[in-house]
Design a protein around this ligand. Structure first.
Ligand code: COA
Length: 147
C-alpha cells in the first residue's frame, strides 16, 4: 500500500480497503455465475487492525452462498509486512452481489455445491445473515406501517 492510499492518521484509508473488497467480491461472483454482477449491498465490514503504508494487502474472496439471483461473497483481508513476513488478518467483509443479464435485469445463478466442512459452515452462516437481514427489513416495514 502506498502513500496515496493514506488517511489523515497516516494509515491506509478504510474506503480503499472497502473498494478492494468490492472488486475481489465482484470477481468471485462473476467466476461463480459467469455473468455480469452488481453489488447490491455491503452487508458487513470489520476493521480489526489498521493497515500501514508499505504493507502488502491480500484480499481472498469466496462465494459463501448462492440464492436465486444473488450471492453472498465473503472477503478476508490480510496485511503482510514484507520485511518481516508477519501476516495479520485485518478485515472481513460480506457483500451481496446480484447477477444481471444483458438487459441489466437480475438473472438466475447456478447453485453452490458446498462440500468441505468449511464451505458448509460458510453457507450456513451466510443463510443466517440473509435471514437476519430479511427479518430486520420486515420488522422495519411493519414498524412504519404501524406508525
Ligand atoms: C441490485 C439490484 C439489481 C436489485 O434489483 P431489484 O429490483 O431489487 O431486484 P429483485 O427484487 O429481483 O432482487 C434481486 C436479488 O437482489 C437481492 N437484493 C435486492 N436488494 C438487496 C439489498 N439491499 N441487499 C441484499 N440483497 C438485495 C434480492 O434479495 C434478490 O436476491 P434473490 O434473487 O437471490 O432472492 C438493484 O437494486 C440495483 O441495480 N442496484 C444498484 C446496484 C449498483 O449499481 N451497484 C453498484 C453501486 S455503485
Amino acid at each position: 500500500m502506498s502513500i496515496q492510499e493514506a488517511n489523515s492518521a497516516g494509515f491506509v484509508h478504510g474506503g480503499i480497503v472497502m473498494k478492494m473488497c468490492d472488486e475481489a467480491a465482484g470477481i468471485a461472483a462473476v467466476k461463480h455465475s459467469r455473468c455480469r454482477v452488481l453489488t447490491a449491498a455491503m452487508d458487513r465490514m470489520t476493521f480489526l487492525h489498521p493497515v500501514h503504508i508499505g504493507q502488502l494487502l491480500t484480499c481472498r474472496a469466496s462465494v459463501n452462498a448462492a440464492w436465486r439471483t444473488s450471492m453472498e461473497v465473503g472477503v478476508r483481508v490480510e496485511a503482510e509486512n514484507p520485511r518481516t513476513g508477519e501476516v495479520l488478518h485485518t478485515s472481513t467483509a460480506y457483500l451481496t452481489m446480484v447477477a444481471i443479464d444483458d438487459e441489466g435485469r437480475p438473472t438466475a445463478v447456478p447453485p453452490l455445491a458446498a462440500e468441505s466442512d468449511d464451505e458448509q459452515r460458510r453457507q450456513r452462516e451466510a443463510e443466517l445473515r440473509r435471514q437476519n437481514r430479511l427479518n430486520e427489513r420486515e420488522q422495519i416495514r411493519a414498524g412504519r406501517d404501524g406508525a
